[in-house]
Design a protein around this ligand. Structure first.
Ligand code: AMP
Ligand code: ZN
Length: 495
């Protein structure tokens, strides 16, 4: 993280003082969900790119699927920076008002969280709940080397902005009131549903009438929900509809027109179409120029989802001895637009590959570096500029390592330069790097040691400290040292 931040600061500093003549290194192509095509990236303003990323609903730990969204937007940001752009980036924290069903039905996720944690139903308790999961989410992103956005926008800090946006929509005639809230009337916004080409007629004929009989059209969505809990407004007590927060905070932090909006594909049909409708109805301007969406992470080919109860979190990965670098590397071996199935074996394979890369870097090259090879680097950057093709970039990195024509110092320099975008732990300082190599890779452990480690982890999780200590001693007797770190247990061969 520290490395990532320093690097980012240097680039931003450099860009700032050279901002009169932006030099963009190469043409960037991005897949725009709105047109369904790869498009050449041309921002509104040549000097600064404005990116908005839909953030997490902070009622629980983020799962490994959610985390893909932020590694994806991180790579996007680094590629833009690498190509000479300054990037202004906002990610939000949804800390109220997101129902389990995006179309105004289901239970409020924050309420669900309050119940689970045994907290009272109050705004203060909601804040307390979200504080806890915001901290956990920030830790996850740090572990994954995601550069923090320019602005973290917390929805409950932007209530006035949201109310003012809703007022504008009402004054311009885009809303109607019902017994339970204020709704956006999509019939007033003929371009509704252009993202993902939603078939509104089909939606109407297939609608569940019992969901909300007051709505004129099933795709109309709440911009204000009346309720016992919330804030006061001219529509009664309650809270802004979930979609409003992203429109209001994107406009407040980045302006009326943004260059790129990112999120997971599940947000295309409802959340992002609603964002477009609200923002464009209010400002009269095109909201986002490029819409980019990451595909799902699945487990057993089923979407990872809190509601399906099949979630794995960063903590689960770390408890099994995997680091943020390992998961980041695994994610980057797949393209962000490919549905990717998670398995422990696949992650183990990624960990071993990364271990070998680090061994080259820290053991073989001892991080002695010279100028990167320009041909490989150019090819690498060109792959990334082609809709963030990280799998091709990583394959090239391995080809480069095998190339006998390059010296070790050139290979090392090239790896370091590649790590500016990948940030998978190849440019840590030598001491840290060597230290991490002392660790025995998960698959190099003898089966009996692995079994003892697993038993000790189970004892530790059950807070059975006496048994955990006994097992640590047993491991030591067999010649291995065990150290508990924030990355999970680290195993080294005892000297
Ligand atoms: P949420 O907290 O549910 O709003 O989700 C945060 C981000 O994670 C959103 O951009 C979602 O689209 C994305 N997301 C949710 N589930 C998955 C998944 N299984 N794989 C990839 N992205 C996901
Ligand atoms: Zn959003």
């Amino acid at each position: 993280m520290v490395v990532a931040n320093i690097w980012y600061t240097i680039i931003m500093f450099f860009n700032l003082f050279n901002s009169d003549t932006p030099v963009h290194m190469r043409e960037i192509k991005l897949f725009n969900t709105e047109t369904g095509k790869l498009e050449i990236f041309e921002p509104y303003n040549d000097k600064e790119v404005r990116v908005y990323t839909c953030g997490p609903t902070v009622y629980d730990y983020a799962h490994i699927g959610n985390l893909r969204s932020y590694v994806f937007s991180d790579i996007l940001k680094r590629v833009l920076i690498k190509n000479g752009y300054q990037v202004k980036h906002t990610i939000n924290y949804t800390d109220f008002g997101h129902l389990t069903d995006d179309a105004d039905a289901g239970e409020d996720k924050m309420m669900k969280g309050l119940k689970r944690e045994g907290l009272p139903v109050s705004l203060d308790a909601m804040r307390q709940l979200s504080d806890k999961f915001i901290k956990a989410f920030d830790d996850d992103l740090e572990e994954l080397h995601v550069i923090p956005p320019t602005t973290w926008a917390r929805a409950s800090d932007y209530i006035k902005k949201q109310i003012s946006l809703i007022k504008t929509l009402e004054e311009k005639g885009f809303t109607y009131e019902t017994s339970d809230g204020l709704y956006f009337d999509i019939s007033k916004f003929p371009k509704y549903g252009r993202l993902g080409k939603i078939n509104l007629d089909k939606l109407k004929s297939g609608a569940r009438v019992e969901v909300n009989s007051d709505k004129k059209h099933p795709a109309d969505f709440a911009v204000w929900k009346k309720g016992e809990l919330g804030w006061n407004s001219r529509w009664g007590k309650g809270f802004p509809g979930w979609h409003v927060e992203c429109s209001a905070m994107a406009i407040a932090t980045l302006g009326k027109q943004i260059d790129i909006h990112t999120g997971g594909i599940d947000h295309i049909s409802t959340h992002h179409n609603a964002e477009i409708a609200q923002s464009e109805a209010a400002t009269g301007k095109t909201f986002a120029k490029y819409w980019m969406h990451n595909a799902f992470i699945t487990i057993d080919n089923t979407k990872v989802s809190k509601s399906l109860g099949n979630t794995i979190t960063m903590r689960h990965l770390m408890d099994r001895g995997f680091s943020g670098d390992d998961y980041r590397y695994w994610l980057l071996t797949a393209h962000y637009r490919s549905t990717t199935n998670f398995s422990w074996d696949a992650l183990k394979g990624a960990k071993q590959a990364l271990f070998r890369l680090k061994r080259h870097m820290y053991e073989e090259f001892k991080q002695k570096t010279s100028t990167p090879d320009s041909d490989y680097l150019e090819k690498f950057d060109t792959y990334l500029a082609n809709d963030l093709d990280t799998p091709a970039a990583i394959a090239l990195m391995w080809d480069m390592l095998k190339d006998d024509k390059l010296s070790d110092t050139t290979k090392c320099g090239t790896l370091m330069a590649m790590d500016e975008v990948l940030d998978i732990g190849l440019s840590d300082n030598l001491y840290e790097g060597v230290r991490s190599l002392g660790v025995v890779a998960a698959d190099d452990l003898p089966a009996d040691i692995q079994e003892l480690i697993d038993r000790r982890e189970a004892a530790r999780i059950a807070r059975n400290w006496a048994e955990a200590d006994m097992l640590r001693d047993a491991i030591k007797l067999k010649g291995f040292e065990l150290e508990d770190t924030t990355h999970g247990p680290k195993v080294t061969k005892a000297e």
